[in-house]
Design a protein around this ligand. Structure first.
Ligand SMILES: [Zn+2]
Length: 271
């Protein structure tokens, strides 16, 4: 049984307690975020393997009431440290827990009431997002993966934003492959033709241009910011609460590793 942790400081401590140097990671303290139990370190993990290989960003815990994401990061790092998972040749940045105060309170927003995933275009974003944007503004990734959950869904779904130059062949539709893979493993998929007000196919939403005006009104989510700053491919994963935390963690990790293998293959194909 996976033990669920709701203490952000303990979760970060546990992440830092993994022997990740051996796996090529280092951890950097980027700041501290106020929570009800005092300041919590805001960290970024980095694994730099070389140049000319894919650059990937993984982030989790921007919504405090979606615990599977940060737990999936911890579990992934544990498995890497125990060499149960061998990462492919990629450069990887990880934000393991973006909203520690909301994580502690189990709320979507941070403790000041901000939905952090709508704050990527404001002039004075909350500290969590300011720290992230300072780091991200001059960086382009080949892939950005976000671990989320949706308390209203009965099955997994995802948002997929593909590079503009990708041809519309089936092999380039990672999202379709991901939901097919998860379905085969017995996980529930949200098959509604409309999810969150947008057309969906087999649990995959591909946001279209018309969303721009929506974001202008409601605030930018991280995926839109990443896209605007040159990250060509983003995947936002949404797990359903009706299955156990261990299963939701498994979905996130499986999907992430699948995306990495696709990334690695598409790179070797193009070089
Ligand atoms: Zn979310």
């Amino acid at each position: 049984m996976m033990e669920e942790c709701f203490n952000p400081k303990e979760l970060i401590q546990e992440i830092q307690g993994q022997h990740l140097e051996k796996a090529g990671f280092n951890s950097t303290l980027l700041g501290e975020i106020q929570t009800d139990i005092g300041p919590c370190p805001f960290i970024r993990l980095k694994r730099k393997t070389g140049t000319g290989i894919p650059k990937v960003l993984l982030s989790a815990g921007i919504h405090g009431d979606e615990p599977a994401g940060p737990h999936a990061v911890l579990d992934l790092l544990k498995k890497i440290s125990e060499r149960k998972i061998l990462l492919p040749q990629i450069n990887l940045d990880i934000f393991p827990l973006i909203n520690p105060s909301g994580f502690l309170r189990r709320t979507r927003t941070n403790q000041d009431g901000f939905d952090l995933n709508r704050c990527f275009a404001t002039g004075h974003p909350p500290k969590e997002i300011r720290i992230m944007m300072n780091y991200l503004k001059n960086r382009e990734y080949d892939l950005s993966v976000e671990f989320h959950e949706d308390i209203d869904t009965k099955g997994f779904y995802l948002y997929e934003h593909q590079p503009a130059n990708v041809s519309e062949t089936d092999s380039d539709k990672w999202g379709q492959e991901i939901t097919a893979l998860l379905r085969k493993k017995g996980f529930p998929i949200n098959d509604n033709p409309i999810i969150e007000g947008m057309p969906a196919i087999n649990g995959v939403i591909s946001p279209k241009r018309k969303r721009r005006s929506f974001f202008r009104r409601h605030g930018w989510p991280q995926a839109f910011y990443m896209h605007k700053h040159g990250t060509s491919r983003t995947l936002t994963l949404e797990t359903p609460p009706c299955i156990s935390i261990a299963e939701r963690v498994e979905i996130h990790i499986e999907t992430f590793l699948f995306a990495l293998s696709k990334m690695e293959r598409s790179f070797t194909k193009n070089t």
